[in-house]
Design a protein around this ligand. Structure first.
Ligand SMILES: NC(=O)c1ccc[n+]([C@@H]2O[C@H](COP(=O)([O-])OP(=O)(O)OC[C@H]3O[C@@H](n4cnc5c(N)ncnc54)[C@H](O)[C@@H]3O)[C@@H](O)[C@H]2O)c1
Length: 302
């Protein structure tokens, strides 16, 4: 059992990780300003929850020193790409300076491992499976801020020798979504009774991974990657076009769904593929357990 601090733990992915680690009997602490997260997503005593902004340098240092965690999973960030594009200064500030604050605070504790939530958005446009050795080349302020976060983690590791995992998340789906990503958007339109749904670009393919499988992978990483610095992809290793996701909804509902293109939602610059090479993750003994159909079925039943 470890004392684990999750920044951004009341968010979409954080709440799934917290649930998983709670089942493993760890003592979990959360720092979250609830700008996107929700206190009700997480089953944690108030004594272990700090509603705090990671940009609040002094209070953050004080709080993390008080918690004195064994491990830190740093998820707190501004993440939804359209929001980041509309609020580039705020996003860069939280994702970069906020990460600097978290890392500075950790140096003042007995922490022995840090996991940083990075993203597939650090990669440039590429049509094949992306391995961790692939060159980086972010296309937007979000990817750029996360790549800077990765570099801050490298510097942190060189300075401290504390085990560091840079985990590049691909497209998450599951319960407790906080941002209007593709799958919750379809889910929302379907649940409101529509069978003709409005979407933006429908041809791009994405590597969707269920948050249950992500949480399981994170649990394995924190058990196994306890020395050195590791960069590792976290995706399912399969890619699906938007139309294939809609087909999955059709299969589960056993109803026809028609897609209408909403020009207002169409992104001007779009990657056609974003697929993870997950060999490194699988070599740790991880396998995905929740298929697209299973994941969507539970979302529709909720
Ligand atoms: N959802 C995805 O598909 C995806 C893909 C790649 C990477 N990621 C990364 O995974 C992490 C979690 O993302 P998510 O999808 O759960 O998003 P989310 O918005 O649900 O979670 C982020 C959490 O951080 C909190 N937060 C934001 N700014 C903060 C601040 N200044 N101080 C304290 N807390 C703050 C929010 O309230 C929220 O609970 C993020 O770092 C994100 O960049 C997510």
């Amino acid at each position: 059992m470890s004392k684990i601090l999750i920044t951004g733990g009341a968010g979409f992915i954080g709440s799934a990780i917290l649930k998983h680690l709670n089942n493993e009997q760890h003592e979990i602490f959360v720092i979250d300003n609830l700008s996107f997260g929700n206190r009700a997503f997480i089953d944690i005593p108030d004594s272990h929850f700090y509603q705090l902004d990671i940009l609040n340098h002094d209070e953050l240092i004080k709080t993390i020193k008080k918690i004195n965690p064994d491990k830190v999973i740093h998820l707190a960030a501004i993440h939804f790409i359209p929001y980041c594009n509309q609020h580039p200064f705020q996003s860069a500030n939280i994702n970069i300076q906020g990460t600097m604050n978290v890392l500075e605070a950790i140096k003042q504790t007995n922490c022995n491992q840090v996991l940083f939530a990075s993203t597939a958005a650090v990669y440039p446009i590429y049509d094949g499976a992306l391995s961790e050795e692939h060159e980086t080349g972010p296309m937007d302020i979000y990817g750029l801020s996360k790549l800077t976060g990765e570099q801050l983690c490298q510097k942190f590791f060189l300075e401290t020798g504390i085990a560091t995992v840079i985990c590049r998340f691909f497209n998450a789906f599951g319960p407790n979504e906080t941002n209007p990503h593709l799958i919750p958007e379809i889910q929302h339109q379907i649940k409101s009774g529509k069978r003709t749904i409005e979407l933006g670009n429908i041809l791009p393919k994405r590597d969707f991974i269920h948050t249950y499988d992500m949480a399981n992978a994170i649990s394995i990483m924190i058990k196994k990657l306890t020395t050195g610095i590791t960069t590792i992809n976290l995706g399912q290793g399969e890619e699906y076009a938007v139309t294939e996701i809609v087909n999955a909804f059709e299969r589960i509902l056993n109803e026809k769904i028609t897609i209408e293109i909403d020009e207002a939602r169409v992104r001007k610059v779009e990657r056609m593929h974003l697929l993870a090479d997950v060999s490194k993750l699988k070599a740790l003994g991880w396998q995905p357990a929740i298929s697209i159909d299973m994941g969507i079925k539970t979302l529709l039943e909720a």
